[in-house]
Design a protein around this ligand. Structure first.
Ligand code: ATP
Ligand code: MG
Length: 409
């Protein structure tokens, strides 16, 4: 029978939380794979196995596992009895299969030529030592495949693991995102523009085990609000990792208009941001979120200087997490490509922040000046107005229970 043998590492470090973390990863993997496999993931000691009854869907199953936070890596394995002959046959079969997969379409010069066996026993009642397993299985694979042994940089690594009562052999291995299973780190509210950075920021916090509730501000009714569709699509991509619970959309154009009419032009962007923070905090309170998340990177644009970040943070009571603060744009773009948000993000056009854009935005605002500018505004009234137009959409995920949107229009 084919199974994916899933490994995690960081979870092992968490002492008494471990059982909870493992259960959570199992639940999340079930949610990600059961609709494809129709079979349940099970927990072994320090591993999770995902059965793959229909081998033609292996790629889909592996892709779903590869985007699940908490997964370190996984092998597409044959599960067999922990008997020498069965393990040898399984090792030969997965190696031949991997040879064929790597050779597919590759020029003859790039075909795999070498292999190594990576044998492990995590079952303490299995007598044979891994060194002896390596030799025995290595001989069998060498004879059956004609590959040469290379312990340093082989073309194929065939892993054979004895775990509890069974053995698992795999040569095809995929990397997971690492991190922690979603659900172990509480909830955050992520400010999601339709740009490149904020979806990556939200994903990074999701990868550390947080459930994400997104909030997007559009320029509607002052703009057609096309960014709303993009934000929803971006949240949809993030939701495939099993950690995007809900997306709130706030038509923000009228609030921006009020701000633009009553305050100095150079402060507009900062004032928009301060109002976004206030609205996001209201949502966070209702969602019982422990932090806000934004996609700023230090100095990237005018609004992301230390002074301006401080001027925006001053209205927030919750911690504002900025996972990208030390990242370069190129790194962020690469990550966006990896997680599948890049192409959507570069399509964004009428983000609300381009509305009533100042010609010369303030780059080093002092909090005093910003607060003084806000005296001209009915702060609570504008926040209420933004909340009144807000809508929300829910995403599927491994949730224990559904919750009603806590902030209603
Ligand atoms: P991004 O690529 O995420 O749009 P950016 O480089 O364009 O970021 P800014 O426009 O300064 O940077 O925005 C900083 C952060 O403020 C964003 O990363 C996002 O978290 C939040 N933000 C900006 N605009 C919006 C919006 N329309 N809706 C929700 N959040 C927003
Ligand atoms: Mg932006």
């Amino acid at each position: 029978m084919r199974v994916v043998l899933v490994h995690y590492h960081e979870i092992g470090l968490k002492g008494h939380n471990r059982a909870d973390f493992e259960r959570r990863l199992q639940t999340n993997l079930r949610w990600a794979t059961e609709p494809i496999t129709g079979a349940r993931a099970t927990r072994l000691s320090r591993r999770i196995t995902v059965p793959v009854p229909d081998e033609s869907r292996a790629d889909e199953v592996l892709a779903a596992i590869a985007r699940t936070p908490g997964v370190a890596y996984a092998g597409y394995a044959i599960e067999c009895a922990r008997e020498p002959e069965a393990m040898e046959a399984a090792a030969v079969e997965v190696t031949l299969e991997e040879m064929a997969r790597l050779a597919g379409g590759a020029p003859a010069s790039a075909r795999p030529r070498t292999f190594r066996i990576d044998a492990r026993r995590s079952a303490t009642d299995y007598a044979e030592r891994s060194l002896a397993m390596n030799e025995r299985l290595g001989d069998a694979v060498r004879q059956a495949t004609g590959l040469g042994v290379d312990l340093g940089a082989p073309d194929i690594t065939c892993a054979v693991e004895v775990v509890q009562a069974r053995a698992y052999a795999y040569a095809r291995r995929i990397a997971g995102p690492g991190g922690l299973p979603v659900g172990v780190s509480g909830t955050v509210v992520a400010l999601l523009s339709a740009g490149i950075d904020s979806p990556v920021a939200a994903w990074q916090v999701m990868r550390r085990g947080a459930t994400v509730v997104g909030i997007h501000f559009s320029g509607r009714p002052q703009t057609p609000g096309r960014s709303e569709r993009l934000a929803a699509d971006l949240a949809g991509v993030l939701s495939r990792s099993g950690g995007m619970r809900r997306l709130y959309v706030v038509p923000f154009g009228d609030v921006q208009r009020e701000i633009a009419l009553a305050t100095p032009e150079s402060l507009r962007v900062l004032l928009y941001r301060r109002f976004m923070m206030r609205v996001a905090e209201r949502v966070a309170a209702a969602e019982r979120a422990g932090a806000l998340v934004t996609g700023e990177s230090l100095g990237q644009v005018a609004s992301q200087t230390l002074e301006n970040i401080a001027a925006v943070d001053a209205v927030a009571r919750l911690p504002v997490l900025r996972p990208l603060i030390g990242s370069d744009k190129l790194e962020i773009m690469e990550r966006a490509s990896q997680i599948g948000t890049y192409d959507l993000s570069i399509a964004s056009d009428d983000d609300c922040c381009s509305l009533f854009m100042p010609r010369a935005p303030e780059t080093h605002a002092s909090l005093g000046v910003v607060e003084e500018a806000e005296v001209a505004l009915d702060i609570d009234g504008l926040v209420e107005r933004a909340l009144a137009g807000m809508t929300s959409a829910d995403f599927d995920g491994p949730w224990r229970k559904r919750t009603a949107p806590a902030v209603r229009p």
